[in-house]
Design a binder for this molecule. Sequence first.
Ligand SMILES: [Zn+2]
Length: 133
Amino acid sequence: MKRSLESRSRLLKRLPPFEEVLRGSVVRRLLRCGKPGCRCATGEGHPAVYLSVTLAGGRSEQISLPASLVRRAEQGVANYHAWWEAIEKVSAINRELLRLERQAVGSRRGEQRGRQGDEPRTGPARRRRRGMA
Ligand SMILES: [Zn+2]
């Protein structure tokens, strides 16, 4: 239990600033501008970088990024993933803690009543009855 608490606080210390999360992906493309006679019409397209993000309802939004903002956007996207990973890991730790605490409650009751095993059935039912009174 102590080890779970420690790794949970270690995870939180390593997280990037929450205000710098950015959902989406940074996409690089070569685009043709469409101007007749431009070198891109026959040769390589113009490099373009943008942030692409899918929104609710399946719509998506693109924000083109000048070179000076590419790194910030990439960092934001990395921060977003770091937070999600941490949420999943902390959630797994909290499930484990919940299991341990449930066991502790179960064995304490078991000692009083001299048996174990029917806690999941009697626990919630008792609580529900009290709630209705
Ligand atoms: Zn062009």
